[in-house]
Design a protein around this ligand. Structure first.
Ligand code: HXC
Ligand code: NAP
Length: 295
């Protein structure tokens, strides 16, 4: 049920002109979609992840399509030296970085008792350590150089609910959310804003192959959990991200914005399962309830 309005760009042309935005994990999936839209709005980009060939292809595609400059930098965010090299290359090329989008992540479904400690480490290292390494490196630089900036962290709705079968990711995303809210207060005095986005279901190869492998989505159709009855369009997420890195959102700090069609709340509300009661049954139910007398 694709409605054209879901894929409409939201901000006016040039809204991010003059900005330089770094996106970790910017070569694929949601990182690529956000980057493309930022570039369409006039921003120059740095995209960073482990696979340089993937980054170079994406950089090429975005540059040709938008005319903005895109610097691809190989960087494993779990390695602080590589993050410092990313910082050096970014400032050498552009002289500034206005926003950091911590989007890189790793995840897969598994019963927790099947995980080795190394499997747990790898996810927490990418998601939590990767986010605080980038934040610390860029934050120290911005503070020293007296440059204002914004950080946008991509979390998940289970950052606050927790979730079975993706426990390392849940633990790490909860840490990222705590980092967002903590530094939003501590570093506001330096002109550095922090916000987060908690996306619901947005089809990407990286997430779908690891979280809904094989025919699992036929057995457990995840869309059934979404009140609005669909997955998100990448443009919808890109619209929100562009707003949060733009100056239009200068008074928004320490916020986590959920974009999930109501999915997590549907799982939370105690009587939400009554959704499955057909309309014609409600007359009977109402009668039964009205007939209750006394305590
Ligand atoms: C159990 C597993 C496993 C699995 C790997 N391991 N896959 N254990 N079940 N399915 C174990 C390995 O045996 C090893 O432990 C340890 O994890 C490290 O594995 P490697 O393959 O060496 O690591 P690496 O090659 O770096 O791969 C990292 C990765 C991979 C995270 C496992 O999936 C990756 O690169 N992902 C990046 C992209 C990604 O995940 N995108 C999805 C984000 S989606 P031992 O003990 O054997 O050494 C997302 C959405 C959230 O976050 C919400 C959606 C609604
Ligand atoms: P994706 O395409 O797999 O993106 C993950 C990116 O992280 C990849 O580009 C990967 O690139 C990079 N990455 C992984 N390990 C890295 C490391 N050690 N160093 C640097 N980069 C690394 O998946 P996605 O769905 O777009 O996810 C993007 C973000 O959205 C993630 O934070 C995810 O948790 C979040 N999210 C997604 C959904 C969804 O429905 N898709 C829902 C909720 C939240 P390399 O392999 O080249 O390193």
């Amino acid at each position: 049920m694709l409605n054209e309005k879901f894929v409409q760009p939201m901000l006016t042309e040039g809204s991010l002109k003059g900005k330089v935005i770094l996106i970790t994990g910017g070569g694929t999936g949601l990182g690529k979609s956000m980057g493309k839209y930022f570039a369409q709005l006039g921003a120059d980009l740095i995209i960073a992840s482990r696979k340089l060939d993937v980054l170079e292809n994406t950089a090429d595609e975005i540059e040709k399509e938008t005319g903005s400059k895109v610097l691809p930098v190989q960087c494993d965010v779990t390695n602080y030296d590589q993050v410092e090299n990313l910082l050096k290359q970014s400032f050498e090329k552009f002289g500034k970085v206005n926003s950091l989008v911590n989007n890189a992540a790793g995840n897969f479904i598994s019963p927790t008792e099947r995980l080795s400690h190394r499997a747990f480490d790898i996810i927490v290292n990418i998601v939590l350590k990767g986010t605080y390494y980038s934040t610390l490196a860029f934050g120290k630089y911005w503070i020293k150089e007296r440059q204002s900036a914004s950080v946008l962290n991509i979390v998940t709705t289970y950052a606050w609910t927790g979730s079975a079968y993706v426990v390392p990711s849940a633990v790490a995303k909860a840490g990222v959310l705590a980092l967002t809210r903590s530094l939003a207060v501590e570093w506001a005095k330096y002109g550095i804003r922090f916000n987060a986005i908690a996306p619901g279901l947005f089809p990407t190869k990286g997430a779908w192959e690891r979280l809904l492998p094989g025919n699992i989505s036929e057995k457990f159709n995840p869309v059934k959990k979404v009140p609005v009855g669909r997955t998100g369009e990448h443009q919808e997420l890109a619209n929100l991200a562009a707003y949060l890195v733009s100056d239009f959102s200068s008074f928004i700090n320490g916020e986590v914005v959920t974009i999930d069609g109501g999915e997590w709340l549907k799982g939370a509300g105690q009587f939400n399962m009554l959704d499955s009661i057909p309309n014609e049954l409600w007359d009977e139910i109402e009668k039964a309830v009205r007939n209750v007398k006394g305590s």
